[in-house]
Design a protein around this ligand. Structure first.
Ligand SMILES: C[S@@+](CC[C@H](N)C(=O)[O-])C[C@H]1O[C@@H](n2cnc3c(N)ncnc32)[C@H](O)[C@@H]1O
Length: 328
């Protein structure tokens, strides 16, 4: 069942935490949501993009906003109160998009945005367990109402399983070394807090092999991806999102690590025309006409000004497509 976000106490409106929406101007320009249109924001977060989308569609349009994190969604809903019924918040996983659109009767969709990953609000809330620099329970669930926490997953895995996850989801070169140190520590004392894990990882990586980022960065990324099964169904979601667009509708995808961006890029390439008919044929007969055209040839990256103002934007990659019309 889709659960509408709880209506929350309006007196808390001013205290809504801020998250700087990444590539905001570029996303709006390339997505070009029409006035009066229907937009799906698959990842509301703190509502930065959502607000801009609501302003763009105006009072005769609507933005359906999804998030897996009911706490974030409730806060964003509070901060978007002035848009009234134009904003439709839904506590949902974007991988349920076809069902959400069918059950809600939200078509035709003029624009869709997916800004993957997690928000500054989640990162900066120590009790959520995403940060290796502040103490908190090793949780990392985006939806705290279901699933195993990172601590539970860590306790359930053996050394080989952890090493595999670190390599696959964190692209961690020292995966085996870290997995060994974690397994050894778990025998002495269960790892259930963020700083405990960060210390174990740090101690496992020799100083000479530490690069620009904190030694625990890739371990935390891998665990977060595993806990939330972030890569499962990602390609299917990107394809469904493109197929659910109305004629000439646009979709924008913002990724924050290479695994996500690879899945987006690969799926969009599959959906773009790659006709293999001989040039002499008057029209395409191979059937590989594709359903979308790329609006961005290469991924759009944040400007140096944006990275300076918001260092968390540095790894962002934006890709935008447009759905073909019938007969195009
Ligand atoms: C980078 S933040 C979005 C920030 C947002 N665009 C803003 O301007 O504030 C990503 C959000 O996506 C949500 N999310 C991640 N995976 C999701 C999923 N499978 N379904 C729905 N929401 C998801 C996270 O809970 C988080 O709030």
């Amino acid at each position: 069942m889709l659960a509408e976000a709880a209506i929350v106490n309006p007196s808390r409106r001013d205290s809504t935490p801020r998250h700087q929406a990444v590539l905001l101007r570029e996303t709006l320009e390339l997505l070009a949501p029409p006035r009066g249109g229907t937009v799906i924001d698959c990842t509301v977060g703190m509502g930065g993009h959502t607000r801009a989308l609501l302003e763009a569609v105006g009072p005769s349009g609507r933005v359906v906003g999804l998030d897996r994190d009911s706490e974030s969604l409730a806060l964003a809903t509070e901060s978007l109160w002035e848009f009234g019924d134009c904003f439709i918040p839904l506590h949902a996983d974007y991988r349920d998009l076809p069902r959400i659109l069918t059950e809600g009767g939200f078509g035709p969709v003029h624009a869709l945005l997916a800004d993957f990953g997690f928000s500054s609000f989640q990162m900066d809330s120590p009790e959520r367990g995403f940060s290796f620099s502040s103490e908190g329970p090793l949780d990392m669930r985006l939806d705290r109402s279901r699933g195993l926490t990172a601590a539970q997953l860590l306790a359930a895995w053996d050394e080989a399983e952890l090493a595999r996850a670190l390599k696959e989801y964190g692209e961690e070169h020292a995966a085996r070394r870290i997995a060994k140190a974690v397994a050894r520590e778990q025998q002495k004392k269960a790892i259930v807090t963020t700083l405990h894990l960060a210390r174990v990882v740090e101690a496992a990586i020799p100083a000479a092999r530490r690069f620009r980022i904190h030694p625990a960065t890739r371990t935390f990324q891998a665990l977060r991806i595993a806990v939330n099964r972030e890569l499962e169904g990602l390609e299917e979601f990107v394809e469904q999102a493109c197929r659910m667009l109305g004629p000439r509708g646009r979709a924008a995808f913002i990724s924050f690590h290479s695994l996500e961006d690879r899945a987006v890029k690969h799926t969009l390439a599959k959906l773009t025309p790659h006709c293999v008919c001989p040039p002499a044929l008057p029209r395409c007969v191979c059937g590989r006409k594709g359903i979308v055209e790329r609006i961005t040839r290469k991924a759009v990256r944040p400007s140096s000004e944006e990275i300076l103002a918001n260092p968390r934007s540095r790894s962002a990659r934006l890709r935008v497509i447009r759905r073909f019309e019938e007969g195009e």
